[in-house]
Write a protein that binds this ligand. Structure first.
Ligand code: C2E
Ligand code: CA
Ligand code: CA
Ligand code: CA
Length: 277
């Protein structure tokens, strides 16, 4: 491999990175967590309109380990991502979320979109599209009721991302850009990507009415969404003032503690209006 010699050789090494022992411990427990059924999902409502009707649910992963206790996704997702464990874990999340959403539909609740977070590694995994198609088939959920949340950082391999998003669009699932406004990428990808929704990052929502710069960012994101024909949802809505501001500026949907914290399916069910028969 004369061509691969010299400066390119580094890519064949997998250097052992020094890690604090707490994280090593988490890593070793994480390997067994799936088999030991230590994961579960919580769901947070997304509402729309003046009626503030629940129209969607975001699925969020939770991990309880006997020894470690409750580990937050902010801690273990990066480790799962680094080790590649996020691929099987993410598959479990997708299947569980689709299964729960179909169960709600079968129980007579009005159909909702379930939003599932995808990590970078999952997004670029070769089996992503076929895995999702299989899960939809297996759970019987129609593709239109599944939304995938990706982040701007996933535009890093733009051409590949365009192709993946096109394949996902072809099977009929929705795509949202999570944490919108916090990425470093140029906005040009927005025109190339087949996406449905922008999700305004909670950091902008947090300072509504107290910081006019952030207010400008929010109104700009909302009009950007309008101009591109995309839905706009705000996350991290905690107060009536934030909600009023967002409504006034034409935001379509809202999610946050103001409407409900992420909770187990049984707790969320009563928030979904039963279909009047
Ligand atoms: P995210 O996707 O941006 O999710 C929103 C986070 O904000 C969640 O934290 C949620 O509980 C929290 N949140 C919701 N409403 C409010 C609010 O009104 N105020 C405040 N302060 N926070 C609010 P959580 O559940 O700890 O998740 C953290 C992150 O972990 C998520 O951020 C997401 O990036 C990642 N994550 C969670 N579940 C999964 C998963 O199944 N797969 C992947 N790849 N990542 C996940
Ligand atoms: Ca999310
Ligand atoms: Ca987010
Ligand atoms: Ca976030």
């Amino acid at each position: 491999h004369a061509k691969n010699s010299g400066k390119n050789n580094y890519q064949f090494y997998s250097p052992k990175v020094q890690k604090p022992s707490a994280s090593l411990k988490t890593e070793s427990f994480l390997y067994k967590a799936l088999k030991k059924e230590e994961f579960h999902l919580v769901y947070q409502p997304q509402v729309a309109g003046n009626e503030e009707e629940v129209i969607g649910i975001e699925a969020l992963l939770r991990w309880n380990n006997e020894e470690l206790g409750t580990v937050s996704p902010g801690e273990f997702i990066p480790i799962a991502e680094e080790t590649g464990l996020i691929v099987p874990i993410g598959e479990w999340v997708l299947e569980e979320a689709c299964r729960q959403n179909k169960a709600w539909q079968d129980q007579g609740f009005p159909p909702l979109t379930v939003s599932v977070n995808l990590s970078m590694r999952q997004f670029y995994h070769t089996n992503l599209v076929s895995t999702i198609a299989e899960i939809l088939y297996k759970t019987g959920l129609s593709a239109r009721w599944l939304e995938l949340e990706i982040t701007e950082s996933m535009a890093i391999h733009a051409d590949e991302a365009v192709a993946i998003l096109k394949d996902l669009k072809d099977i009929g699932v929705k795509i949202a850009i999570d944490d919108f406004g916090t990425g470093y990428s140029s906005l040009s990808y927005l025109k190339k990507f087949s996406i449905d929704q922008l999700k305004i990052d909670q950091s902008f929502v947090r300072d509504i009415n107290s910081d006019s710069d952030d207010n400008d960012i929010i109104t700009t994101i909302i009009s950007l969404g309008h101009n591109l024909g995309l839905e706009v949802i705000a996350e991290g809505v905690e107060t009536k003032e934030q909600l009023e501001f967002l409504k006034k500026h034409g935001c379509h949907k809202y999610q946050g503690y103001y409407f409900g914290k992420p909770a187990e399916a049984e707790i969320i069910s009563p928030m979904i209006r039963k279909q009047e028969i």
